[in-house]
Design a binder for this molecule. Structure first.
Ligand code: FHN
Length: 470
């Protein structure tokens, strides 16, 4: 039975300062009831075979999805500064922690967010449940520093989880292991550079597990837990292994990223040998390198900041599409981030950018969804994806001529055409493949060539393509 830890009253984040109940019996009763609920709701232990089947199915669906929406949101949006990192830096700690008293995103509409994600061609959504600043955007029993104690008083996690389910999207949560506000977590703001006076990491780990159990049980099915904030000293490999096992015991099919452990290689996001791997690697603010022996997902902001920032630089349609194509071409997923405004809306120009991507995917999605990366590895020329006996060439940059020349492949090419069906002239020798696309038939961003083979494209070993333009 997972430990249910109720921090002593003095440790609970009381906000706003509330009348302390004289009825301690009520508090004890509440804990006992909660223990009873946890015990009752605890799922029957899934046999390892069932666990692996549910998990393998979830991982394949996630991998086939290729594209998801990341959302960094909280009271800090009122300031327009970076979530977590601006606490005690650009924004004094006391001011930052009081922002929740003004947080009232009255235009928040979970259905609108979920419909935007769906229209963007995204198949899953990952929302920050708690970032490094400790603010909890759901109705948690384990701290008063949460959304229910703001003027808004609505459970954002519940509303978005329900909306995603109605739109057929997998719902996931980003959850920060580090917590620069919680008195038991040893490090504090700014940026983990200060020491708490009376830390208690074991007690904090109990708090972390209690909240994760709450999120898994109250908002199921939770498809994915995107851990972060694991890089600081208080978190250890052993705590990661324990947390990974704890979460999977509660939700056998859940996906967990590699940031549950201590093996992430910085922003490259790959997992060091021997480290706790989680289910996928997590390159950040960059397109991951070609890697088809382990799932990975690039998390990248549509602007520059993770949380809302007025007049932030918005990535162009071309940049977003190229990022998606190169990520899929590397055999990875793209988790594209928006930072909603303090009124609860996603900025209109960000919504429009997402809808532009969705319109592109409506037309070209067969070259992205349910594909694997390669066999021609990404390069200056572009990238390739494949499915069955088809290779999709995504030509992003052309040379002088009208012919793209690629290294030879051992499968025989049966046909080359554009995605719109227009047949193309091609030649195949033992040395190379050449495909001619008249200038007038090219796309300004991504010219997609469909190459049909006499066998499965996945039989072809990944091929490096000369880095100069074709
Ligand atoms: O510190 C966080 C940052 O705020 C953001 O949440 C990104 C998203 O993956 N992760 C951390 C930086 O690596």
């Amino acid at each position: 039975m997972p430990e249910v830890f109720e921090p002593p009253k003095s440790q609970r984040m009381m906000w706003p300062p509330t009348h302390r109940s004289p009825f301690r019996l009520a508090a004890i009763t509440e804990v006992l009831v909660w223990i009873g609920i946890v015990q009752f709701l605890r799922p029957l232990e899934a046999a390892p075979a069932e666990m692996s089947k549910a998990h393998a199915k979830a991982l394949q669906h996630w991998r086939d999805s290729r594209f998801g929406l990341f959302i960094h949101w909280g009271p800090v949006s009122l300031k327009g500064t970076e979530i977590g990192w601006s606490r005690g830096a650009q924004v004094p700690i006391e001011d930052y922690d009081r922002l929740c008293q003004q947080f009232n995103p009255s235009n928040f509409n979970a259905t609108a967010w979920a419909k935007t994600a769906k229209a963007a061609g995204m198949k899953y959504v990952v929302l920050t449940s708690k970032h490094h600043d400790g603010f909890c955007i759901w109705n948690t029993k384990f701290t008063d520093y949460n959304i229910m104690n703001t003027p808004f008083r609505r459970d954002v996690v519940k509303e978005l989880a329900d909306a995603c389910r109605r739109q057929g999207l997998v719902f996931g949560l980003y959850h920060s292991i580090c917590d620069w506000r919680h008195p038991d977590y040893p490090l504090g703001s700014p940026g983990g550079k200060t020491q708490k006076t009376t830390p208690n990491m074991d007690r904090y780990s109990g708090y972390l597990k209690n909240q994760l159990a709450e999120l898994i049980r109250n908002y199921r099915p939770l498809g994915l837990l995107w851990f972060d904030g694991e890089w600081e000293a208080p978190w250890t490999h052993e705590r990661g292994v324990d947390l990974d096992q704890f979460v999977r015991s509660l939700e056998p099919g859940i996906l967990i990223n590699n940031r549950v452990g201590k093996g992430r290689a910085g922003m490259a996001g790959t997992t060091s040998a021997g480290a706790l791997p989680g289910d996928f690697d997590t390159p950040e603010q960059r397109i991951g390198n070609f890697q088809n022996d382990r799932p990975w997902e690039s998390c990248i902001t549509i602007c520059r900041q993770w949380a809302w920032k007025p007049n932030d630089r918005l990535k162009s349609r071309k940049e977003c599409l190229e990022t998606l194509v190169r990520t899929a071409g590397g055999d990875g997923n793209l988790l594209l981030n928006v930072g909603p405004m303090p009124n609860g809306e996603i900025e209109a120009r960000q919504v429009e950018r997402l809808l532009e991507i969705g319109r592109w995917l409506k037309k070209n999605g067969e070259s992205i969804y349910r594909t694997r990366g390669g066999p021609f590895k990404p390069g200056a020329w572009g990238a390739s994806t494949h499915k069955g006996n088809t290779i999709f060439l995504h030509v992003l940059k052309w040379g002088e001529g009208e012919t793209i020349e690629l290294p030879a492949i051992e499968k025989r090419i049966l046909k080359c055409s554009l995605l719109n069906g227009r047949r193309l002239h091609w030649k195949q020798t033992r040395e190379e493949v050449g495909i001619t696309v008249p200038r007038g038939s090219r796309d300004e961003v991504d010219t997609i060539i469909v190459m049909k083979l006499d066998g499965s494209a996945s039989d072809i070993a990944p091929i490096d393509v000369a880095t100069e333009k074709p």
